[in-house]
Design a protein around this ligand. Sequence first.
Ligand SMILES: NC(=O)c1ccc[n+]([C@@H]2O[C@H](COP(=O)([O-])OP(=O)(O)OC[C@H]3O[C@@H](n4cnc5c(N)ncnc54)[C@H](OP(=O)(O)O)[C@@H]3O)[C@@H](O)[C@H]2O)c1
Length: 328
Amino acid sequence: MKEKKILLPSDPSGVRSPWFWIGTWSMGGEGFGKGDLRESLDVINAAIEAGISHFDTAGFYAHGRSEELLARAVGKKRGSIFVSTKGGLVWEGRRVEHRGSPSELEEQLHASLKRLRTDYIDLFQLHWPDPEIPVGESIDALKSFKQSGMIRYWGVGNLTEAQVDSFLRADKDIPHQVHYNPVHRSDDVLNAGKERCINCITSPLEQGLLGAGKSSKGKNGIGKSDVRNRNPRFGEANVIKWSQELQRLAGASKVVSVLAWICSRPYVNAVISGPRKKDQLDELASFLKFVEKEDLISSAKGISVLSETKTKDKVRPEIWEHLSEGPQ
Ligand SMILES: NC(=O)c1ccc[n+]([C@@H]2O[C@H](COP(=O)([O-])OP(=O)(O)OC[C@H]3O[C@@H](n4cnc5c(N)ncnc54)[C@H](OP(=O)(O)O)[C@@H]3O)[C@@H](O)[C@H]2O)c1
C-alpha cells in the first residue's frame, strides 16, 4: 500500500517506518492456547510478501521463541525488514519480573541480538518501566546502546502520562508502545506524547476480545493456562456483551471497523496487530485494502494515521457510534 508517512527519522540506510506493524507475541507457541509455529512462520512470511516491513517482538515473548521465529523468517531479508524488540521484562520461573537497570538491559539486548541472529536492532525499547529503577536511568542505557551502534533507535512502552511528561521532556519522535482500543482508552497518554512520541498502539483487538474468534467470548473462549486470563477485560461481562453487540452490528467487518476507528483517533501514529493464523492476516489485509481503496490516510502529518472525517464517512453510523461510546 502507498505509504505517506515516515514515522521514524530517515537515515542513510533509507529504512522507513510505515504505520502498520505486525507483532509476534502470540506467535511463539506459548500462553495463547494451542500454537502452531509453522503457521506462525507462514504468517510472517506472508506478511513480508504482502509488503509489511515492520515487526515487533521481545525477549520476554515465549521465553525468546518469538524472536527466534522472527529471525527464521527474516533471514537474508534483514536489510529490508525493520526489527523492533524490547528489554526490561523477564520470566523468573512462572513469575514476570521487571529488570530495567542498565546492566540488565544490556544483558537482555545481547541475548536478543543472538536470538535474532543480527548485529543490530532497528528499535530497542524499554518494555515496561521498572518500579525499582528510575525511568531516566533505563532510558540513558538505551541511549548508550544507540551510541555504540547496537541499536538504531530507542523507544519506550507503557509509560503513564506523567512519565511521558517527565522523562521525554526534551525528546522528539520517540516510539512509545501504548495499549489502546475502544475498550481500553488511554487518550491522556496519547495526548501527552503528541509533541514527543510516535504513539504505536499495542493490543488493538484487546488480545482477541474484539476479534471474531473464540477468544472474543472472554474467559469462556480460552483455556485455563492462557495468559489472557491475566487480562481483567476477559472477565468483564459488559465488555464481552459490548463486543458481541459489535459483532452483530458489523458482522464480517468487525476487525476492519475496530482498526479503522483506532487509526483515526488523535495522536495514533502506528498500530501493531498480532495475528497468529493465516485467516487473521487475511482480515488485516482487508483492512489495508479498505484504507487504500477509500484513500483514508490523513494528510495532517503526525495527528493520526487516518483522516477521521473520511473514515467516519465510510463506516456505518451505528457501528461508529458503538465504537466511540465503548462499553458502559
Ligand atoms: N509493549 C507492550 O507491553 C505490549 C503489550 C502487548 C502487545 N504488544 C505488541 O503488540 C502486538 C499485538 O498485541 P496483541 O497480540 O495483544 O494484538 P491483538 O491484535 O490485540 O490480539 C491478537 C489476538 O487477537 C486474535 N485475533 C482475532 N482476529 C484477529 C485478526 N484479524 N488479526 C489479529 N489477531 C486476531 C488472535 O487470538 P485468537 O487466535 O486466540 O483469537 C490474536 O492472537 C504484540 O504481538 C506485541 O508485539 C506490546
